[in-house]
Design a protein around this ligand. Sequence first.
Ligand SMILES: *[C@@H]1O[C@H](CO)[C@@H](O)[C@H](O)[C@H]1NC(C)=O
Ligand SMILES: *[C@@H]1O[C@H](CO)[C@@H](O)[C@H](O)[C@H]1NC(C)=O
Ligand SMILES: *[C@@H]1O[C@H](CO)[C@@H](O)[C@H](O)[C@H]1NC(C)=O
Ligand SMILES: *[C@@H]1O[C@H](CO)[C@@H](O)[C@H](O)[C@H]1NC(C)=O
Ligand SMILES: *[C@@H]1O[C@H](CO)[C@@H](O)[C@H](O)[C@H]1NC(C)=O
Ligand SMILES: *[C@@H]1O[C@H](CO)[C@@H](O)[C@H](O)[C@H]1NC(C)=O
Ligand SMILES: *[C@@H]1O[C@H](CO)[C@@H](O)[C@H](O)[C@H]1NC(C)=O
Ligand SMILES: *[C@@H]1O[C@H](CO)[C@@H](O)[C@H](O)[C@H]1NC(C)=O
Ligand SMILES: *[C@@H]1O[C@H](CO)[C@@H](O)[C@H](O)[C@H]1NC(C)=O
Length: 830
Amino acid sequence: MELFGKMCRLPAALLFLSLIFSSLFSLSVGGDILTPTQHLPDDQILISVGERFALGFFSPVNSNNRYVGIWYKVSPRTIVWVANRQHPISERNGSLSITANGTLIITDQNSKPIWSSGSSDLASPIAQLLDNGNFIVKEAKGDGNIVPGSLAWQSFDYPTDTLLLGMKLGWNLTSGLNRNLTSWASPSDPAPGLYTMFLDLHGDPQIILLEGSKQLCRAGPWNGQSLSGIPDMMRFKVITVDFVIKNDEVFATYNTTSTSIITRLTMNYTGQVQHFAWLDDSQMWSIYMSKPRDLCDYVSQCGAYGVCNPDDSPICSCLPGFKPRLPRNWDLREGKDGCARMTELDCRNGTDGFATIEKAKLPDTSRSTVDRSMRLDECRATCLRNCSCTAYASANINGTGCIIWTTELNDIRVFTFGGQDLYVRLAVADLGLGSDHSHSRTITGIVVGSVVGILLLAVVGICVRMKRRRRTAATLGAIPFASHCNNEYKDDKDWELPLFDLGTIIAATDNFSIENKLGKGGFGPVYKGKLGEEQEIAVKRLSKTSTQGANEFMNEVILIAKLQHRNLVRLLGCCTQGEERILVYEYMPNKSLDAFIFDKDKGVLLDWQTRYNIIEGIAQGLLYLHRDSRLRIIHRDLKTSNILLDKDMNPKISDFGLARIFREDETTLNTRRVVGTYGYMSPEYAMDGVFSVKSDVFSFGVLVLEIISGKKNRGVSISEHQGNLLAHAWSLWMHGNGLELVDKSISNSISMVEALNCIKLGLLCVQECPKDRPTMSSVVLMLGNKNASLPDPKQPGFFPTRAPSKNESSKSKTNSASINGLSVTTVEGR
Ligand SMILES: *[C@@H]1O[C@H](CO)[C@@H](O)[C@H](O)[C@H]1NC(C)=O
Ligand SMILES: *[C@@H]1O[C@H](CO)[C@@H](O)[C@H](O)[C@H]1NC(C)=O
Ligand SMILES: *[C@@H]1O[C@H](CO)[C@@H](O)[C@H](O)[C@H]1NC(C)=O
Ligand SMILES: *[C@@H]1O[C@H](CO)[C@@H](O)[C@H](O)[C@H]1NC(C)=O
Ligand SMILES: *[C@@H]1O[C@H](CO)[C@@H](O)[C@H](O)[C@H]1NC(C)=O
Ligand SMILES: *[C@@H]1O[C@H](CO)[C@@H](O)[C@H](O)[C@H]1NC(C)=O
Ligand SMILES: *[C@@H]1O[C@H](CO)[C@@H](O)[C@H](O)[C@H]1NC(C)=O
Ligand SMILES: *[C@@H]1O[C@H](CO)[C@@H](O)[C@H](O)[C@H]1NC(C)=O
Ligand SMILES: *[C@@H]1O[C@H](CO)[C@@H](O)[C@H](O)[C@H]1NC(C)=O
């Protein structure tokens, strides 16, 4: 008992204390090894050599029972393995020992064995806690060295609720060892609870989560890159999952890209499988992945031949060529009875074909047949030859291997990201019917990947450019091609706006070449240009119809250039020479807002939080124009293509103040000509040409509803009530279904309270009567206070009661997706 010699020499008082606080401050036996000559009493622990793990007796929260367990030495202590999970010891005088032939034994307060690791036959065994959390029993030589390959037992073979790095979930087919995870019964009871995660060997092996004996969630078979039910795995960055199918073993395992990352995968007593990663800086576990996550993750929500899509409402639909088995239940949004074929298969005539379900999670493979070497065309032929074949798919996502189903198809869902093609056999009569479910989101991994890639490049581009621009802007005055407007036109001594020489602009834009043209706007075309080697600019060549003289123009531009706000596009300079009136802006390689929100693929990139930030930013910019700037600018042409996005997706309003330059209407509230874009124009402006800050508020409201819904407001005209977003939003709102307005591609990320408040705010802004609409300062207040209770909106001004006369108003087309976004409104009649 030399091990405890040290302890006996400790002062008695300390010993006493240590007994009292034994659970908190266990004394270590001072190593990671237990030999048959020692035993581990309740108050001592083994610590792995790198001090990552400890092993000893512990009590769960709110329990006095004692268990032998292994835990991560982090705070709070995180238990990863329990030996005697079903046999707690009620007193603090149990002990763990190893017999002379290598069997681990836990004895209780009466020295009665309550748990053992099973018989073994080692000559001189030792038990050791390794630094990966594995507790092993091995043969040791007389000198204490471990003999390689003499492993008799390891805790990794008997997982409880946690899978650590290096552990296997699955089977040793030689010994029949089946490693699975079973949740604790409760946080205070490690006994096996309701939930089990295991690897099912039937058919194509898949990972399944059970609640009791019932399937709860099917993570699905391995497709070479991810589990069919967790396509997100392909995007995991620091954790890699692997699935091994060999003759003698089948298992799943994971690894991390760096050994310093601390992780665990736990079958939680809540029924969730959670993959945690330890955050060193905040000293807590963060959830890296968790399943089930949405309704469609629960097994067979939509029955046989049904397809679950969490983004649809209702979530269930039938495969193409199938119809609800019990239509009444489906109408009541209960899809569990599944679907039936419209036309029976016609096997012998050989006329059957296949419908392709894209981005699918493969149906239950437990009764499927797999051939890992078959090609996809052979797979199809095999399916057609076998009259009971209902579907086929490739076993690997790279198109190799073949899975064939000869039973009904259960538990199919579709994803917005990942998934694979599933080919469902149909009678010729049902082919080409198209699906009656709308999983038409066709973002493929590649598209998303490349969009993200392009964005990244753009972001990097902007960063580099911004840095350079800051430098260039500082020296711009000294560059020979720029003289200053300030001498004649400034009214603040310290204000300088570079005045560009027309020659410079012509050189920068390659003489306004077609290739450099970014778009044509209401105030003139926009070109991309390059100053010197690096600095990219956007050049707006104002149409020559302006009645202003050069001086007047310069004064206006200088005033506008002084409007500086993080949500307004920066004006860098100007050029006036002869007839030319040119404005030079910062170039935004990122597209305008309309390029994102009206695009199915790219819309996904703007999640709810980003959209909310964009709405807030636009409101801030507009408030600045309306109230905080000295000029009190009314934008008059606010729309998605006039909102540019910077590298952080912050919105910047463009084309503000241009109405001033054209001096249409500064003194009077009546315009001679209506400028703007139908769909964003307030009724009073469209009808009567009357505008005010409240017309901008109206356009802002339309913007808000467009951003939330991802849909364009159509032109306002009596014949188009149906396609009108405001009418649609209003009707949903009045029927209490406001949330249905939210863009389906972001429905995972929405905050319901925020979304409802935003929709309400949008509706308040588009009310028919200008005086009912809030001012931008109220809007900013409402957006800032998420608990604000907003008044109830009245009917939007979406149906003009008088049709606008074609002569008095010039309709402008919405020229979508302007590259640079500097106004690309087309206004006729200028
Ligand atoms: C364990 O403690 C209980 C009371 O705390 C006592 O009755 C029992 O004899 C002790 N057993 C051993 C083996 O010390
Ligand atoms: C190992 O030792 C235990 C008791 O110490 C005994 O019951 C068991 O039979 C032994 N097993 C073998 C394989 O010798
Ligand atoms: C499976 O178990 C057998 C028998 O216990 C053992 O010999 C073999 O090494 C195990 N296979 C693996 C891959 O661990
Ligand atoms: C989980 O593993 C244990 C031990 O191998 C086994 O008894 C149990 O049947 C397994 N459960 C499932 C669902 O595979
Ligand atoms: C396809 O994936 C499987 C599993 O990952 C792999 O074994 C096979 O070599 C791959 N085949 C091709 C052609 O890439
Ligand atoms: C896990 O990844 C590391 C590299 O991060 C590698 O060295 C190690 O071999 C991997 N382990 C397994 C079991 O694949
Ligand atoms: C179970 O899940 C809850 C909620 O996510 C979490 O707080 C808890 O730590 C989890 N338990 C385990 C053992 O991981
Ligand atoms: C095969 O096709 C023929 C005519 O095309 C049709 O009359 C017959 O009913 C079909 N056979 C079956 C089993 O449906
Ligand atoms: C069809 O395939 C199933 C599963 O592979 C097989 O059991 C059955 O014998 C096949 N039937 C025919 C006619 O080939």
